[in-house]
Structures are given as C-alpha cells and as structure tokens.
Write a protein that binds this ligand. Sequence first.
Ligand code: FPP
Length: 257
Amino acid sequence: MLERIGHMLVRKANQEEHRPVFDEAGDIPQHIAVIMDGNGRWAKKRNLARIVGHRSGMQTVKEIVKAADGIGVKTMTMYAFSTENWKRPRDEVDYLMKLPQEFLSTELEELNERNVRVRMLGNSDRLPSHTIEAMNIAEERTRQNTGLQLNFALNYGGRTEIVKAVTELARQVQAGELKPEEIDEALLAQHLYTRDLPDPDLLIRTSGEIRLSNFMLWQMAYTELWFTDVLWPDFTKEHFFEAIAEYQGRARRYGAV
Ligand code: FPP
C-alpha cells in the first residue's frame, strides 16, 4: 500500500493514483498526544466484551509506537486511563489496570533495545500495586534511554495536574521560599508531570468524539488537534501518517499573524 518516491511516502491506491501521505523530510511533530478512544464501541459492534476492545487497542498501541519511532517522533503520550475512568464497572477497571503490565511484559525488552524511555504521567495514589510496580520497572530499566520518550497517562487528569502544581507552589510561598510575583508560566510548568517534556505539537483523538476530556489542558494551549471517526482498535499507521500529513499542511501561528 505505502511506497516511497524520493522523500515522500505515498499511498498507492491503484496503478494510476499516488496519494501523498506525508513528507518525511518535512516538519515531523516532535510530541504527539493520543486519546485512544472507541475500544468499547469496537467490541460492541462485534458482540464482544468491552475488555476485548481494550486488548485489541493494546495491539494498536504497539503498532503506532513503532511507526512513531520509525519516523523520528521524539515523544508520544498515550491517554491510557483518566481520573474519570474509575467510574467504569469494576471488572473493566481491573482489566485496564492489568494492561500496562501485559504490554510491558512483551514489549519492554524491545522498547529498551530501541532506546525508548518509558514513563508514567499521572497520580499513582489510587493505582493497584501491580500496576505501579510494572511502570516502576519500565521507568527504571529505560531511564537512561535517549530515543523516543513514551509516556502513558495513567490515572491522569489535566485539572488535577494543575491543582497539584499550584499546591506545590503555594506551599513554597507559605514557607517563605518563593514570592507570588516570581510565579510565571515556566515555573508552573516545572511542577507538571511533563516538566522536562515539550508541549504536544499534535493531538490525535479517535472514534469521532471532538473534545479534550481533561487531557493535558495546560500543555495543549497551542497544539494542533486532529480527529478521526476511526475506532482505536482499527487505527493503523496509515491513519497515523494521514494525521501527520494534515499537521504538515497547517500553519502554526501561536497567536501571531
Ligand atoms: C477509551 O475507549 C479507551 C480507554 C479508556 C482505555 C485506553 C487503553 C488502551 C487503548 C490500551 C492501553 C494500553 C496500554 C499499553 C496501557 P472507550 O472504552 O471509552 O471506548 P468507547 O467510547 O467506545 O466505550
């Protein structure tokens, strides 16, 4: 399906038509955030349990992470579990909490060999110990890696993250270590989970929902947003490249003209 003409990757729909997918020599988004939505609907359409959709979604994570690494994306942040997802049925929550372990048990070795650094963004307080342990092991093993930064947002909430940052700064003010007028955007950003990571250039959300759902609210102030109706388990690297192609066609102005 995909082939290369010069530095362009093209989709070959038939013998006559070559549709540009994206320019490999062009601006590749350095940080891509992904809301992996639609696992439940994917399963329902097939009369399967929702957890089967999540399992299938995990396979998509593998494919997309590989594709991102292959084209030189520096950071990927995958929204795996939000602070609101605790409202789901207990067995679904339990299953979602097992997925990081399952993913890492088969992928960590290869990720490490590919110089990928794995990290968790979120509040570990409510997570089961087996989930924390799996993430800790992955973070420890890959801490020195300088390739793709692969973040899993787990028990993550954008508002909670900002409140945490504000609380930490308030404590410093209370202790006399910081003056209120010294607080600026850069200092607040240092207290977010993403402290040493660049803001996302591109957000991809699957399954036709057009909202941010409390994901990286501070960091996405100038992120380009890209939505698709495709459900996450059906999302392929060709869809991923389409998102990048559209990103490359956009003019980022950051408020300027
Ligand atoms: C949203 O779909 C998806 C989630 C809440 C979970 C996302 C998790 C994965 C894709 C697997 C994570 C993998 C790793 C490696 C941790 P939904 O269930 O809300 O779908 P629906 O809107 O169709 O019900």
